[in-house]
Design a protein around this ligand. Structure first.
Ligand code: MD3
Ligand code: FE
Length: 215
């Protein structure tokens, strides 16, 4: 017979996908209801919208934000702003449950005292994708980025420091948390087009929270 040594452990130990990048499988699972209820409130105050890139393309991923700063793009460029351009109001504040989960995941991955001031919320529908890019609109690259995956699974592309470097494919599931910092902070990354694969709680969508120190 097998002895279950960890009957209450709902997540595995951090799995390294780079020198300073870790997947924490199911780390958000105990907090799903709280997260979904906060997203519901958030999207009523700051709706998901498909923003336009500086090159004039409409993003297939719909975006909203919470926290002191929010990431936006338009024909003028990419930037963080304290004001939602659609409402003219500050972005909704970051829910305590969001901040706490991000801080705990960062600490578990070796990044003490992570203080996110921005939470970018991405919503993917079947076919939505994110092409390879670097996240470099933040002021301080010393802070990590924490991402929380909810709903339909996705294949995450984890590249190198050059766009042409071969990218690893990492499946991300409902409840998974990923932390990226240090030497991995500026690696190219993206998300393959989402397959239609309805999730019991979220249906035909994937929502990804990314916590950043932007300012
Ligand atoms: C790896 N979002 O919003 S999150 C993004 O699943 C973004 O929605 C993806 O890339 C998503 O910019 C991936 C994880 C992520 C965020 C920042 C990173 C991965 C990263 C920075 C460096 C390396
Ligand atoms: Fe990114």
């Amino acid at each position: 017979m097998t002895l279950d040594l960890f009957p209450h452990q709902t997540f595995t130990v951090p799995e390294a996908i780079g020198p300073d990048a870790f997947v924490l499988r199911n780390f958000a699972t105990p907090h799903i209801e709280e997260l979904l209820s906060a997203i519901n409130t958030l999207e009523r105050q700051a709706a998901f919208r498909n923003m336009v890139t500086p090159g004039g393309f409409i993003m297939s991923v719909a975006i909203t934000n919470c926290g002191r700063l929010g990431w936006t793009t338009d024909r003028q460029g990419y930037r963080y702003s304290p004001i939602d351009p659609d409402t003219g109001q500050p972005w909704p504040s970051m829910p305590a449950a969001f901040r706490q989960l991000a801080k705990e995941a960062a600490a578990e991955s070796g990044f003490a005292d992570f203080e996110p001031d921005a939470c970018l919320v991405n919503r993917y529908l079947p076919g939505s994708r994110l092409s390879l890019h670097q996240d470099k609109d933040e002021r301080d690259f010393n802070a990590p980025i924490v991402s929380v995956s909810l709903g339909m699974p996705a294949v995450f592309l984890f590249g190198g420091h050059k766009r042409t470097d071969k990218a690893a494919r990492i499946p991300l599931m409902h409840g998974d948390v990923v932390v990226w910092g240090g030497v991995d902070r500026l690696r190219y990354h993206g998300v393959l087009p989402l397959k239609e694969n309805p999730h019991p709680l979220l249906g035909g969508q994937r929502i990804n929270l990314t916590f950043r120190k932007a300012g």
